[in-house]
Design a protein around this ligand. Structure first.
Ligand code: ATP
Length: 314
């Protein structure tokens, strides 16, 4: 099956500013791709090119094998939903009227409207004017608008910005549902904590270039970042410390009964085995490098130099 989105050597220049500089990547059908990058990295520009709202200075954009800028662009956009970074609606309209308006533009049956208002938690505010909506409520309405017509591809630009913790949780639940029904999703985010559980791969942009793309585990491995193992127990006497260090662990005693071990991805299994054989072990918990740490690694090192270096063994 062909990919949902294909970008080949994509450049977008605004005068002397290179917003995108030779980006090539593919988004598989049914995949949820997280687009990460610093302010001004080019995330919104990338989305605009996929939507056909801007045309590339150079390179190829294909969405479901068609150019979003070509003749088929309008039909294509009926299959694509977009939640912009700054959601703005005509304030005099009610939430229901806003969705009616967009439903008409998209040729979607109005029955879907109430279902969507319910789904994003706005059923109780359906007849209130949007001008009185909080930022989070506007964001929810934007989400409903993007979901109109059950698009095959969804682009969410900073969907969790301005949402409270419960609303963020609701958004991720919705994202998981979309993922389970095979919808392709690209979402950009600066809120990295927890996002790794809801995306298939992350693409990290830096100054208009694609620094790296892969799933959380692959990226952690490529960055050679250590795993952390938290251990609780009574470790008196014996040569447990030497044993663990021989297997490649760095051992730090946090308290009388707690240890913090760090080790490479390759060494972690051996170390876990050694721990499980240790007398006095009460509990342990392993933590892979978080997406935040992975992101910081590639952003700081600008990817390439660090990626090619081989991992230290401890
Ligand atoms: P943020 O995380 O802050 O939203 P971003 O990664 O979405 O940033 P873009 O909005 O894509 O970044 O911008 C990339 C670069 O292109 C920035 O330097 C920006 O100033 C520039 N840029 C984007 N749109 C335009 C435009 N219409 N005219 C001129 N420069 C633009």
């Amino acid at each position: 099956m062909t990919d949902a989105v294909t970008l080949i050597n994509l450049h977008k220049r605004y005068g002397s500013i290179a917003a995108l500089n030779g980006v090539s990547l593919s988004v598989r059908r049914g995949e949820v791709l997280g687009l990460l990058g610093h302010n001004g990295a080019g995330k919104t520009t990338l989305m605009k090119l996929i939507l056909g709202l801007a045309s590339p200075s150079e390179g190829v954009v294909e969405v479901f094998e068609q150019s979003p800028c070509g003749k088929s662009g309008r039909t294509l956009r009926l299959n694509v939903g977009f939640l912009p970074e700054n959601v703005a609606f005509y304030g005099q309209l009610t939430a229901r009227e806003v969705l009616d308006y967009f439903a008409r533009l998209k040729g979607v049956a109005r029955a879907e409207r109430d279902e969507l208002l319910e789904r994003v938690g706005l059923a109780g505010a359906a007849d209130r004017r949007v001008k009185g909506f909080s930022k989070g409520m506007r964001q929810r309405l934007g989400l409903a608008q993007a979901l109109l017509g059950r698009p095959r591809l969804l682009l969410f630009d900073e969907p969790t910005a301005g949402l409270d913790p419960l609303a963020i949780r609701d958004f991720y639940t919705l994202l998981d549902e979309l993922r389970s029904t095979g919808t392709t999703v690209i979402l950009s985010s600066h809120v990295l904590a927890g996002v790794e559980h809801h995306i298939d791969r992350a693409a990290i942009l830096g100054s208009g270039r694609l620094l790296v793309i892969g799933n959380h585990e692959e990226l952690g491995r490529r960055a050679c970042l250590p795993f952390t193992i938290w251990v609780r127990g009574r470790f008196n006497g014996g040569d447990w410390k030497r044993l663990l260090e021989e297997k490649g662990a760095r051992v730090r005693r946090v308290s009388e009964t707690e240890l913090e071990l760090t080790c490479s991805a390759e060494a972690k299994l051996m170390i876990m085995r050694t721990l499980l054989d240790m007398e006095g072990l009460e509990d342990l918990e392993m933590e892979p490098p978080t997406l935040e740490t992975v992101y910081a690694h590639f952003e700081k090192g600008n990817g390439h130099g660090r990626e090619e270096s081989s991992c230290a063994t401890s």
